[in-house]
Unconditional design. Structure first.
Length: 87
């Protein structure tokens, strides 16, 4: 079983009020080195068997039609490797 991750972020030109709120709170909490914050979503999809090109294309279609709003959001799809035991 494999895990495919879809990261969804607002497009750079779209205002991100939640990211701005987090960025504004950081200095009040003593964190001064962060210059910007953008908020997004992460989806983890479990896939049976090997992740083939066909399965990745299907997941990209899922991301485009259900997980994101392509008018205001971008998405990236990647296969997450299995954790190594003992680390």
């Amino acid at each position: 079983m494999a895990r495919v991750v879809v990261d969804v972020m607002l497009k750079p030109e779209i205002l991100d009020p939640q990211g701005k709120a987090v960025h504004g709170a950081l200095p009040r909490l003593g964190f001064g080195s962060v210059t910007d914050v953008r908020q997004g979503k992460r989806f983890e999809l479990q896939v049976d068997g090997e992740v083939t090109d066909d399965k990745l294309r299907e997941i990209e279609k899922i991301a485009e039609t259900l997980l994101s709003n392509p008018v205001i959001e971008d998405f990236a799809v990647h296969v997450e490797s299995a954790p190594v035991a003992g680390l």
